[in-house]
Design a protein around this ligand. Sequence first.
Ligand code: ADP
Ligand code: MG
Length: 249
Amino acid sequence: MKRAVKDIILAVEGLTVSFNGFKAVDDFSMYIDEGQIYVIIGPNGAGKTTVLDLICGKTKLTSGSIKYRNKEISRMKENKIVQVGVGRKFQTPSVYESLTVFENLELSYPTARSALGAIFFRRSDDIVQAVKSIAKEIFLEEFLQTEAGLLSHGQKQWLEIGMLLIQDPKLLMLDEPVAGMSVAEREKTAQLLRKIATGRSVLVIEHDMQFVEGIADHVTVMHQGKVLSEGSIERVKNDPRVIDVYLGH
Ligand code: ADP
Ligand code: MG
């Protein structure tokens, strides 16, 4: 049965970008459903991060299309793409180290956009409630008054996810969210992502196969800018082409 367009939150078709003639992403397509955890894996240099750069508007495509809820977003400015509901976390955490966990989350709340704005901003109950509820979700409720610089690397990653969540994106994109995390932190992150995906879609780039197995509804393997294989984790894990170029490395 053909899927209804309304069930697809992001449709990427024929996505291509060349850097001085080199196609980092080459005729790449994918369809992410509402509520789905969609994982992209692939060797270094495959083009995974560039796909996120293209979706969030940081890099402009050479050809192809990117539709969010059936609306073309590939020509929109980065901030506009955030406003329509696409949040993106970069590979390295970028939290304000000298501010507390509370302040980091508060600054990310949609009505308090700039640091200057936040100084003159009266803390309403709504914001306090939102900050507390997000802090609980990201396992940092006991750390609200802790300076972000004192958190572990994994806790900083969670804080940054929280800073995105407080803006309530409908599609959350995470580039290697468990890199540098302990085993226990990875398990908690898997739990967090499953919770986040109730009511929104999550696009994750990840290397850790065990982590991918625990969260993925759908896996796409990228190689040399193209889709090499896709489907369930079981399917791609057993695909000889994947074993050859990726797992064999
Ligand atoms: P991955 O995230 O899968 O490891 P990337 O998307 O970071 O791969 O990179 C894919 C390829 O594109 C690499 O060869 C990289 O050097 C190249 N690349 C990425 N961004 C740019 C850019 N802005 N200019 C030139 N080359 C780039
Ligand atoms: Mg990358």
